[in-house]
Ligand binder design. Structure first.
Ligand code: PBG
Length: 326
């Protein structure tokens, strides 16, 4: 019998050895927890397509953050849900420093200065058209939208946002926002660009949570075609030139190759957004007893990290923090 000199199983023979040779770890340090917000008081409405995730009124957001801090989870990305009657064509309310979203950011930073707050910059939660840009005759107008995005980013920065997250996919937005932040004295405010954001069908539950689905048409003239990989390099190149601090790929699971591509080609931190539909799939299968929630959640997030993401935005963030704490 021929001898077997190389036996990879030796490195798997016990738990301690397996941990010793483990290449990738999940830690709350690299996770950002997205939270949905709604105006009002004592509101905690579960999002039906996202079991375990809630629309929270400002008081509840503060409570939730306090909870997470105790678990070692310090970073949050906030998304507002505005009622239909305050929305308009130009997302005007997004530029007002007295809107509940901006006010809550300021409250959070006053109460918990150590937390990292990432904000979302895009018109859709504020727009009566439900699009990320201004709509004229069915077309999304790029350059006029940039003025709206800049104002939105500025009020968020003034409220104390640590990271601005432009998720709109308009051309030139990172540069314009960087310039405006610097001119406004916010040179320390970071930009995490949604660099390769695809026109994905995995955002459905998120649009339920925020009532932000487009009223007509789709987002294919600004979000990327899922078939394209090289185009992500063009977007990334521009974001780097325009001054982004971190690059994001979104969604994550169906785009692991794009995460790896950007990780190999660029030196900035790479983030991935494990989006609402990816969360919903795991929860739906787990509810039927078809999958083990905790095991699958960890395997999914590990795969995203292994693909090259340094940072993951995930609705599972708190569950991971709980698991790691125990
Ligand atoms: C808004 C925005 C979306 C998401 C994050 N920011 C939805 C969209 O572009 O339609 C999706 C996040 C998720 O599905 O979890 N521009």
């Amino acid at each position: 019998m021929e001898e077997i000199r190389r036996r990879p199983r030796r490195n798997r023979k016990s738990k301690v050895i397996r941990q010793m040779v483990e290449e990738t770890q999940l830690s709350a340090d690299n996770l950002i927890y997205p939270l949905f917000m709604v105006d009002g008081n004592k509101i905690r409405q579960e999002v039906s397509s996202m079991p375990g995730q809630y629309r929270l009124s400002p008081d509840q957001v503060l409570r939730e953050i306090e909870d997470c801090l105790a678990l070692g989870l310090y970073s949050f990305c906030l998304f507002p849900s505005f009622p239909e009657h305050v929305k308009d064509k130009y997302a005007s309310i997004s530029a007002r420093s007295d809107n509940f979203y901006v006010q809550t950011i300021a409250d959070i930073k006053r109460r918990f200065p150590e937390v990292v707050i990432m904000t979302d910059v895009a018109m859709d939660p504020y727009s009566s058209d439900g699009h990320d840009g201004i709509v004229e005759n069915g077309e999304i107008i790029n350059d006029a939208t940039l003025d709206v995005l800049v104002k939105m980013a500025l009020v968020q920065a003034e409220a104390g946002a640590d990271i601005i997250g432009p998720s709109d996919m308009m051309d030139g937005r990172v540069g314009r926002i960087r310039q405006a932040l610097d001119a406004g004295g916010h040179t320390n405010v970071s930009i995490m660009s949604y660099t390769a954001k695809y026109a994905s069908s995995f955002y459905g539950p998120f649009r339920d949570a925020l009532d932000s689905a487009p009223k007509s048409g789709d987002k294919k003239t600004y979000q990327m075609n899922p078939a394209n990989r090289r185009e992500a390099l063009i977007e990334a190149e521009l974001d780097v030139q325009e001054g982004a601090d971190m690059l994001m790929v979104k969604p994550a699971l169906a785009y692991l190759d794009v995460i790896r591509l950007l990780r190999d080609r660029f030196d900035l931190p790479i983030a991935a957004y494990n989006v609402s539909g990816e969360y919903a799939m795991v929860k739906a299968a787990a509810a039927r007893g078809w999958l083990d929630n905790d095991a699958v959640m960890q395997e999914v997030l590990l795969s995203i990290k292994r693909a090259g993401a340094n940072i993951i935005l995930s609705y599972f963030a708190k569950e991971i923090a709980v698991l790691n704490k125990n």
